[in-house]
Design a protein. Structure first.
Length: 156
């Protein structure tokens, strides 16, 4: 947990609420409260995109619990990090460029929090954040990300 804890748990002033995250790098994974399932909000759209394009189940996500209100479905940070790490390989080859383009081109107004990460030259970022619409289950205030899934890698 050490590297991820130092890298993310104490960056700036933490937003109100409970923070959890998971970082996956080179087959290893670290996190802070990474097994705490939280409402997915719009992050679920990335899972649905892959499921639709594959015409079947997305991946092994043991913590995923789908709710009647899809935005209130729950997923833990560890499974979200693993899913995004595997995402390009989960999408059928004929749809891969489009699916990754969608996640690499989130509009600026929705790239708050972790989506504003500046990467070194030659790196790419796939990102999907989520926030609620007044239910109180997911925070929608700018810079207060309740659900985010990111994949960054060095492009060749």
């Amino acid at each position: 947990m050490g590297a991820a804890h130092g890298a993310g748990a104490h960056v700036g002033r933490p937003p109100p609420g409970t923070i959890s995250f998971s970082v996956r790098l080179g087959g290893r994974q670290w996190g802070w409260r990474e097994r705490r399932a939280v409402p997915t909000a719009s992050v679920l759209k990335a899972l649905l995109l892959v499921a639709y394009l594959r015409r079947r189940d997305v991946a092994r996500l043991p913590s995923l619990c789908v709710a009647g209100d899809l935005g209130l479905s729950r997923l833990d940070a560890r499974d979200a990090a693993r899913f995004f790490g595997e995402l390009p390989g989960l999408v059928p080859r004929r749809h891969r460029a489009y699916a990754t383009w969608l996640l690499a081109h989130v509009v600026a107004a929705q790239r708050w929090g972790i989506g504003q990460t500046r990467l070194p030259a030659g790196w790419r970022l796939l990102f999907k954040g989520g926030w609620g619409s007044g239910s109180g289950a997911v925070d929608h205030r700018p810079r207060c990300c309740s659900a985010a899934a990111v994949r960054a890698w060095r492009s060749r």
